[in-house]
Design a protein around this ligand. Structure first.
Ligand code: ADP
Ligand code: UDP
Length: 237
């Protein structure tokens, strides 16, 4: 496999073409951003930590029967993935109230949510990723009804697998965001699963161990990501 030119550089990762038209290389950078790119910093080791973290989680999900784009780790900060035709939507599941849900509905942070909620957002930085629903997605062609039903079912299946994984390691999976795409007609999980795109709290103390440490200026951001990884049994360099 040969890495070719960069196709796209996002807020945290860069996407490269390869000599295989169906495969991309994802490069996890140390760049960290929040509030639609208003707050930006380089956090040493983040690219490596998230690349390893994502590989570990994607392998767990594959083993549980969830199709993912992940193929293999290529270097400390790079992974080979299937090239997906991405849906411009973000699927968010919440087990506890936090973040935009609290701001939007005035509910208290930490409230357990039963059943866990499912929300859809449009991936559009200029519009600040507005909340949408199935009807809007279908009407505007962002995803079809069948696609959405499958994404929702897969997003909840991920919850069953990961809630237990984190719980067994002394942590609460508070919420997370997933992105899906199409590969040979199949709906496949893409992008990444790392502490950048989910909320994880210590089960006993409810200490925040995710990107909220960066958003809220709590410090020791990557130390917390590595602690989450170590508890799950991930080896970092
Ligand atoms: P953003 O675009 O939100 O700033 P990133 O910096 O994470 O995000 O950039 C990665 C980009 O690559 C995202 O737009 C994501 O949707 C896209 N992507 C992730 N996985 C794949 C894949 N397997 N195939 C094609 N595109 C992907
Ligand atoms: N999230 C993400 N990317 C986004 C928006 C949200 O990874 O563009 C994640 C976020 O880290 C959290 C979950 O999705 O784990 C729910 O985010 P929320 O809607 O509460 O928004 P936020 O508080 O991050 O603005």
């Amino acid at each position: 496999m040969e890495k070719r030119e960069a196709l796209y550089s996002g807020k945290a990762k860069s996407v490269y073409r390869t000599d295989d038209p169906d495969r991309f290389v994802l490069l996890f950078r140390d760049d960290t951003s929040a509030f639609d790119g208003e707050k930006k910093e380089q956090l040493a080791r983040k690219g490596m930590v998230n690349n390893r973290f994502n590989a570990f989680i994607m392998e767990k999900l594959e083993a549980a029967g969830i199709p993912t784009h992940f193929e293999k780790v290529l270097s400390p900060v790079e992974s080979l993935v299937k090239k997906l035709d991405m849906f411009p939507v973000e699927c968010v599941v919440r087990n506890y109230a936090a973040g935009s849900l609290c701001r939007r509905l005035g509910v208290e942070e930490g409230q357990a949510l039963q059943p866990p909620t499912f929300e859809l957002f449009l991936k559009n930085d200029e519009l600040h990723d507005p909340m949408i629903n199935e009807s809007l997605a279908e009407t505007f062609g962002w995803a079809g009804a069948d696609d959405l039903a499958q994404m929702k079912a897969l997003t909840y299946k991920v919850n069953e697998v990961l809630k237990k994984l984190f719980d067994d390691a002394g942590m609460l999976l508070v919420d997370y965001k997933l992105e899906f795409g199409r590969f040979n007609g199949q709906i496949v999980l893409g992008d990444e699963f790392s502490p950048d795109g989910c909320r994880i709290w210590d089960k006993e103390t409810r200490k925040k161990m995710d990107k909220d440490r960066f958003r809220q200026g709590l410090g020791e951001v990557i130390e917390a990501y590595e602690e989450v990884g170590r508890r799950l049994g991930i080896q970092f360099d």
